[in-house]
Design a protein around this ligand. Structure first.
Ligand SMILES: *[C@@H]1O[C@H](CO)[C@@H](O)[C@H](O)[C@H]1NC(C)=O
Ligand SMILES: *[C@@H]1O[C@H](CO)[C@@H](O)[C@H](O)[C@H]1NC(C)=O
Ligand SMILES: *[C@@H]1O[C@H](CO)[C@@H](O)[C@H](O)[C@H]1NC(C)=O
Ligand SMILES: *[C@@H]1O[C@H](CO)[C@@H](O)[C@H](O)[C@H]1NC(C)=O
Ligand SMILES: *[C@@H]1O[C@H](CO)[C@@H](O)[C@H](O)[C@H]1NC(C)=O
Ligand SMILES: *[C@@H]1O[C@H](CO)[C@@H](O)[C@H](O)[C@H]1NC(C)=O
Ligand SMILES: *[C@@H]1O[C@H](CO)[C@@H](O)[C@H](O)[C@H]1NC(C)=O
Ligand SMILES: *[C@@H]1O[C@H](CO)[C@@H](O)[C@H](O)[C@H]1NC(C)=O
Ligand SMILES: *[C@@H]1O[C@H](CO)[C@@H](O)[C@H](O)[C@H]1NC(C)=O
Length: 359
């Protein structure tokens, strides 16, 4: 009886001793109090210590233009996209004021023209992101806006601020250009509270508004709205330097010179792996051809197909399991660690008890 008691204590002690160093080794960004070994970053503990530049984000092209219309690029709204795994939301902003109270920027999200497709105000789109970020405190989100009407940055700022985005929660780089190697890790972004990366293609001004990042000082893109396959990986806008790569994975058709999404090829090009034009094989080919792994992959109609889709693709590219993490944010790694230490303690105990009993 005494022996059993002793063995039980020994077992508990050994489990503690064996699991302690293993847990601290897997703990990302140990100094910050919020980053316990159970904390996750964009759903996975293994991503906390990875640079923002080295994670791959699933992007939604014209994420406000959803529905069945000819100029729609998505079937679902951005709130739905964020829940499913979109981490880069893109929109085209036009000089089209609607309501001074609810649209202080005077910017509306339209496709080519606001008469063709009015996807609502910049503010209503940003508010969906704000609500989702508030409800998901360990997620990093990138917002990319394009500025074809050269709207003044002050007006963009008004729209972002109305929706609760400002210098306290949007990441401000230290200079107009950030080298690929200098981006913070996801854990650092989350712990700083600056979990939004806001980017604009043309017309940003680092002196005036450092947190609205100028796209082509930091990112280059392959050609957008491509009409032929396989996808072209070459630098189209921006320069390579030590910048981040943005992979446009959007296949269009041309009707009388007007490009529209090619819906017939969607299940092929939006699949994660099952054909040569699918996302993972294309990203791998582009990485080899250009020497740069894309940080962003953007598609039309992200919810097609429903399986083996862009979300599985980015999980594969990020080396994480597709299984959604649990509510507590536990990842597979610490669980494996503790079960290993449990088994190890058990084996040592059995050996010791056999040794004691044979004495
Ligand atoms: C984070 O990664 C860096 C190198 O990228 C490494 O030196 C460091 O030990 C890692 N930290 C943790 C807590 O894993
Ligand atoms: C987005 O779509 C979902 C699913 O259809 C719906 O429940 C939700 O109300 C929509 N949200 C907004 C802000 O439109
Ligand atoms: C602007 O929006 C506010 C708040 O929703 C509303 O009360 C007001 O009537 C709108 N004004 C116009 C001109 O539509
Ligand atoms: C943008 O607006 C601000 C404030 O109204 C003004 O000071 C600035 O000169 C404008 N910038 C450009 C590029 O027009
Ligand atoms: C920034 O936005 C948050 C809401 O997201 C708000 O609580 C805070 O007061 C704002 N800060 C400034 C300096 O405007
Ligand atoms: C950027 O903003 C600064 C400060 O407001 C201003 O002096 C400068 O002219 C602006 N640059 C451009 C290109 O608009
Ligand atoms: C690929 O895109 C680049 C950059 O836009 C262009 O110069 C090149 O001709 C394209 N290649 C093909 C095969 O279309
Ligand atoms: C796999 O690719 C083919 C085209 O090669 C496509 O028709 C099919 O729907 C894809 N299957 C899945 C599950 O994505
Ligand atoms: C995933 O693994 C690949 C290949 O080893 C590597 O290049 C990439 O940086 C890894 N990605 C992450 C997010 O760890």
């Amino acid at each position: 009886m005494n022996l059993a008691f002793l063995i039980l204590h020994l077992f508990t002690f050994l489990q503690f001793v064996i699991s302690a160093p293993a847990t601290s080794k897997t703990s990302p960004l140990a100094p910050a109090p919020t980053s316990s070994s159970l904390a996750t970053c964009n759903g996975h503990a293994s991503l906390c210590n990875v640079s923002y530049a080295n994670v791959v984000y699933a992007g939604a092209h014209n994420s406000y233009a959803y529905g069945d219309g000819i100029s729609d690029n998505q079937y679902s709204n951005i709130s739905d996209g964020l829940v499913k795994g979109i981490r880069l939301m893109q929109a085209q902003g036009h000089d089209y004021p609607t309501n001074e109270t609810t649209n202080p920027s005077g910017i509306s999200l339209c496709h080519t023209s606001c008469y063709l497709e009015d996807g609502g105000s910049l503010e209503s789109w940003l508010l969906q992101a704000r609500n989702w970020l508030n409800a998901n405190p360990r997620e990093v989100l990138t917002i990319l806006v394009t500025n074809p009407d050269s709207v003044n940055v002050t007006r963009w700022q008004k729209g972002f601020e109305y929706a609760g985005f400002n210098s306290t929660n949007v990441f401000s780089p230290s200079s107009q250009h950030t080298s690929r190697n200098d981006w913070p890790t996801l854990g650092q972004l989350i712990d700083s509270g600056k979990r939004t990366i806001a980017i604009m293609d043309y017309g940003a001004n680092f002196t005036q508004l450092p947190w609205l990042i100028e796209e082509f000082s930091n990112i280059w893109e392959n050609p957008y709205d491509q009409l032929t396959l396989p996808f072209n990986c070459s630098v189209d806008r921006g320069t390579k330097n030590d910048n981040l790569a943005f992979h446009n994975h959007v296949k269009d058709l041309s009707y009388l010179g007007i490009s529209t999404p090619d819906k017939d090829d969607l299940t092929m090009v939006n699949a994660a792996v099952n054909n040569s034009n699918a996302i993972v094989p294309t990203v791998q080919r582009c990485t080899i051809e250009t020497g740069v792994r894309p940080t962003y992959v953007m598609v039309d109609f992200y919810d097609i197909p429903s399986q083996n889709n862009i979300f599985s693709a980015v999980d594969m590219l990020n080396n994480v399991s597709t299984t959604p993490p649990t509510k507590e944010g536990k990842s597979a790694a610490p669980r494996l660690q503790s079960s290993l230490s449990f088994q190890l303690s058990l084996i040592i105990c059995i050996i010791l008890s056999i040794a004691v009993m044979t004495l």
